[in-house]
Structure formats: structure tokens, C-alpha cells
Design a protein around this ligand. Structure first.
Ligand code: ZN
Length: 580
């Protein structure tokens, strides 16, 4: 917004987006977002703090910026003169305002950069103050929130300003080790050394609508490459599409989104990590009978039911069986796969990380979601969220519904096999409870990439298989029309897999199946996941991991001499017979 009069006398502002002349008070009430075009004006740090935190909750850190001029830098003006002018112009000591506050009632340590002060540049004082803020978060065991607005490192302080990228990142690493949430809120503009450190190496990266972020600025890129930059280059939407940020959030929703994330992180910390191993509890699959399956159906009919376009999807369950879903996007490496969705949500009041395949009900939705077939970027997004959940001690719930992983050329180039393999590995050592539910199609490795879990549940009319019946028929039968026979032979129904011990429990569906009563299906799913999760919460992480690995160890088949054991010997943990 362009204004001409000093601050107190401003009555009118002209919007930089649409050139409307706006009554200043009305604009302020709208958080400096133009009511005409939605353009988000830049905020200075004091205004940002006032908008973001609970009223009267902000306490500045006691530390004050020290005036430094480590290399005696002079351009047209000596650096100290520029520093003095910035101080006079902004009323701030430095380009960042740091303190502690509450957001939605949750305590945080907070550092907010101010672009007015020498372009929000990162010098030795700014780096030190943000580091002290992170150290304060560590000492108080609270999350750290960073609001960035910066042109990059402060060149007037030479290589010492470059070092600040490492200094602050180390402080972020300390919080990561301690399992404390770090969130950056990227505002316009965030570039250079700030973009390439603490703006993007936090657990969650939110971009305010209208923000731009990049390592190199557009002018530099044009100069170096001579290229014409695409429309919307480096905008928040561009960053979301390319997997660089979790969410694009309009200013009026920032507090709410932040509050939801802080609530999830706080809940993880409230759960005491048990040190004593509780008395061993029989595996539910062992004595407790699985939910009574309905009348036996033909396996091929079940395959068709599992693929029914009306069957609830992961996003449907997130709307119905869960509350307060905050979706997190992106693999941070270049893409956001639409076939996998994930984020924090509440189940029966408890925050959990939910990750699932997303299909759709219409052809357009299915195409947009690649039919629920995840790319390597999707698997890497899932991996990022699993690891985040473990750090924050949130249980993981996965909803599996995929015909299989994306079999395309690009997926192969980007390492599909290794991406799946890495997820299987990560899940087998993840130090937090994991409950997987096969809700529709559990297709091969793409399904297993989300299903190495402490408890594996399966909806009554879901299927889970090493290959699709069509694929199996094409290979082992004369032609793919033998798919119904292949479906029967593969033992891919919930009842079969429960008998084989691959699945722990069958979750009943309303009659005739989930697509006929999505709300009823959601209720049954929510109840089953809650019941299966509850006993896992009391198990120490090391025990949890050991048992999970035992669970998957028991599927092996060998004995010291002679042939294979009967299938009964390897189900329900009856490995002793095999081991002998
Ligand atoms: Zn406007």
C-alpha cells in the first residue's frame, strides 16, 4: 500500500494490487488485506506480532541487539550510518523482533523479521537474536515460530553474515532433536540466505498468500540465464505446486492454522513416554475374534466393491471420522503428489498424523489424483510426515487405497522403487504408534509403503494383494479375462488375509457396503482405529518398534530341515514351531 502522510495522519491508502483508494481504518480492520482485490500489504514486525499472537501475551526477549561493523564496510555511506538511519526509520534496534507469546492459548517463542530494516537482511545481530529465541524455546520446551521477510544475508557484514545461516539452523536442529515443533511463516519477500536456511528447514513451512520465496531473486536469474520467467514464478502457489511449502494461508487464517498445529504438537508432549513396559497383552488377533465378517462373497465381487467409485476416500474419512484436519503438502524436493494426502487431524479428541492415498468419485477427480497412484514425490511426502509425527510423538494413522504405485516413466526416473523401499524401512523403525487401515484397494508395494504398522486393519470389502487380479491373470493365465479366477486364487479378501495373519482385524461395513452409507462406514472406521490405537499409546517406543518388527518377521517360512511349514504355523505369531 502506498501512503503519503506520516502514520498517525494516514486516512487513505492506495492498494498496490488494484490501485483502489481505501479508507485506512477499514484496511487495518481487514488486517491490511485489500477488501477489493485481496492483495496482502507488507506488515512491519510490530503489526505482525499484534495480528498473530493473543492480545497482551507478547513479552520481548531481554536481549538487545549489539551494534556491529565487523569488516568496516563502506559503500556510498559507511555501514554504521545506514544502520542508524534504519533504526531511526523503523524505531527498531534491528531487523527482527523476538519474544515469547501465546497463540490460541499455546505458548511459543517467536521471531518476526522486518523488511523495512535494511531489507530484513540477516546480519550477526539478527542471527544472534533469532538463535536466542530458539534457545528460549528449547529452555521453555515450547514451539518456535519464525516469520520471515528478508532479501537475504547482510552483505555489509561480509562472510560473518553468511555464517548466520548455519548458526540459526543449528538452533533449529536443537529443537528438532528435542521434539519441539518449529514453524516458519514465509511472508513477502523471503530470499537468499534466509530462504536457504531457517525459512525452509523448519518442521512446517506456511506461506502467507502473496508471499514470494526463492534462493535467487528473479532479476539475478534473468541476468544469469537470460531466460523469461514463467508467470507466477516463486509465488506461494508456485511453491506449493513444487512441494516447497506445506500450505498457502491467507492472512486472516494464519492464527487458526498455527493454533491447530501448536495444539497437535502440545498434545504429543503431554503424553508421558512410558519407561516401564506394561504387562504383555495378547495380540488382539490371537484370542479376540475379529469382527464377524458378513456372508462370504465371491472374491471378484469384493474386488469390484473395493473399487466402487462411491466408496469413501481418504479425504471423505478425514471430513467424517476425524476432525480439524490441517493438510500438509509437498516433499520439499520439487513436487506435491496429489495421490497422497496427509496432515494433522484429531481422532476422538486426540491429535494424530493421518496419511492416505486419495482417489476420487468422478472421472475428473480420479484423473487429478492419478487414480490414487502415488509418485515418488508422494512417497517422500508421506515419509516427511511420518518422521515429523515421530518427532512430535504423534501416532500415525494411514488409510490405504491404491491400485498400486504410479508405474510411469517419470516415476521410474525419479526413483519409485527406492522411494517405496525407504518408506518401508522408515516405518519399520518409526518410534511412534502406527495403525494402517486398508480402506479400498491395497495394491502391492504402493500399499505396503503406508502399511508397515503395529496394527493392520482392513475394511470388510477391501482387498489387499501383491498384484491386481487382471495383472496376475495376464501373466499366469492365458489372458486377462481370467481376472475373476485370479482374484479367487490370490486370497485377497479381508477374511482371507485375517486368517493368514497379514491383517489383524476386519472392520465391518454397513450393508451393503461403505458406498451405500459413507457416514456409517466412517463411524465404524473411527471406532476401530481408536480402539486399536489406545493400547499402543502406553507402549514404550523401543518396545513398539521391536514388536512391529517381530510382527513382520513372522511371515518368513523356513525351518532347519525339510519342507515349508503349514500356513497355520506362521499365522498369529506361532513362530516357535518354525524356529525350532
Ligand atoms: Zn486491491
Amino acid at each position: 500500500m502506498t501512503t503519503t502522510a506520516p502514520r498517525d495522519e494516514q486516512l487513505w491508502s492506495r492498494c498496490d494490487g488494484c490501485a483502489s483508494l481505501l479508507y485506512r481504518k477499514r484496511l487495518r480492520r481487514n488486517l491490511d488485506v485489500c477488501p477489493e482485490c485481496g492483495s496482502h500489504a507488507r506488515l512491519d514486525a510490530p503489526d505482525r506480532v499484534a495480528q498473530l499472537v493473543d492480545p497482551d501475551s507478547f513479552t520481548p526477549l531481554p536481549e538487545r541487539a549489539v551494534r556491529v561493523d565487523p569488516i568496516g564496510f563502506v559503500d556510498a555511506l559507511p555501514y554504521p550510518h545506514r544502520l542508524s538511519a534504519a533504526r531511526t526509520g523503523t524505531g527498531l534496534d534491528e531487523a527482527v523482533v523476538c519474544g515469547t507469546a501465546r497463540v490460541g492459548g499455546h505458548p511459543v517463542a517467536l521471531a518476526v523479521m522486518d523488511f523495512r530494516f535494511l531489507g530484513g537482511s540477516l546480519g550477526c545481530a539478527v542471527g544472534e537474536l533469532i538463535t536466542r529465541t530458539a534457545e528460549r524455546a528449547l529452555a521453555d520446551a515450547t514451539p518456535l515460530v519464525l516469520v520471515t521477510a528478508s532479501g537475504g544475508a547482510r552483505m555489509q557484514e561480509g562472510a560473518l553474515s553468511l555464517m548466520q545461516m548455519a548458526t540459526v539452523s543449528q538452533a533449529v536442529a536443537g529443537l528438532r532433536e528435542a521434539g519441539l515443533l518449529t514453524v516458519s511463516i514465509i511472508t513477502d519477500p523471503t530470499y537468499g540466505g534466509v530462504a536457504a536456511s531457517f525459512a525452509t528447514n523448519t518442521d512446517v513451512v506456511l506461506a502467507e498468500t502473496g508471499a514470494r520465496l526463492g534462493f535467487a531473486g528473479p532479476r539475478v536469474i534473468r541476468q544469469v540465464t537470460g531466460a523469461t520467467l514463467p508467470e507466477g514464478f516463486q509465488t506461494a502457489e508456485f511453491l506449493l505446486r513444487h512441494g516447497q511449502v506445506d500450505l498457502v494461508v491467507p492472512r486472516h487464517a494464519l492464527r487458526g492454522r498455527l493454533t491447530a498445529l501448536l495444539a497437535a504438537a502440545e498434545s504429543g508432549r503431554r503424553v508421558p513416554v512410558p519407561r516401564q513396559e506394561p504387562a504383555p497383552r495378547p495380540a488382539a488377533g490371537a484370542d479376540a475374534p475379529a469382527a464377524a465378517p458378513g456372508p462370504a462373497r465371491d472374491a471378484w465381487e469384493t474386488v469390484r466393491t473395493a473399487r466402487h467409485p462411491g466408496r469413501p476416500t481418504t479425504l471423505d474419512y478425514l471430513e467424517t471420522a476425524f476432525d480439524g484436519f490441517v493438510e500438509l503438502h509437498g516433499d520439499r524436493l520439487g513436487a506435491d503428489c496429489p495421490a497422497i494426502v496427509g496432515g494433522v487431524a484429531r481422532l476422538d479428541g486426540r491429535p494424530v498424523m493421518v496419511i492416505g492415498h486419495q482417489k476420487g468419485h468422478t472421472t475428473a477427480e480420479l484423473v487429478a489424483r492419478n487414480f490414487g497412484m502415488a509418485s515418488p514425490a508422494g512417497h517422500r511426502k508421506a515419509l516427511r510426515l511420518m518422521r515429523l509425527a515421530a518427532r512430535l510423538r504423534l501416532p500415525v494413522v494411514t488409510l490405504v487405497d491404491t491400485p498400486g504405485a504410479d508405474p510411469g516413466v517419470a516415476a521410474e526416473q525419479q526413483g519409485q522403487a527406492a522411494a517405496i523401499a525407504e518408506n518401508i524401512l522408515a516405518l519399520s523403525v518409526l518410534p511412534t504408534p502406527v495403525v494402517a487401515v486398508v480402506t479400498g484397494e491395497g495394491g502391492s508395494g504402493g500399499a505396503l509403503a503406508l502399511a508397515v504398522a503395529d496394527r493392520v486393519l482392513m475394511l470388510e470389502h477391501a482387498v489387499y494383494s501383491v498384484i491386481s487380479p487382471e495383472g496376475c491373470a495376464a501373466i499366469l493365465w492365458p489372458d486377462s479375462s481370467a481376472a475373476p479366477q485370479a482374484a479367487r486364487a490370490l486370497r485377497l479378501t479381508a477374511a482371507d488375509l485375517c486368517r493368514l495373519g497379514v491383517v489383524d482385524e476386519v472392520v465391518p461395513e454397513p450393508r451393503p457396503a461403505a458406498h451405500g452409507d459413507p457416514a456409517g462406514a466412517a463411524e465404524l472406521l473411527g471406532r476401530a482405529v481408536t480402539a486399536n490405537l489406545a493400547p499402543l499409546l502406553a507402549v514404550p517406543p523401543a518396545t513398539l518398534v521391536r514388536r512391529r518388527r517381530q510382527r513382520f518377521r513372522r511371515f518368513g517360512a523356513a525351518r532347519s530341515a525339510g519342507g515349508n511349514p503349514p500356513i497355520d504355523a506362521i499365522r498369529n505369531g506361532a513362530r516357535t514351531e518354525v524356529a525350532r
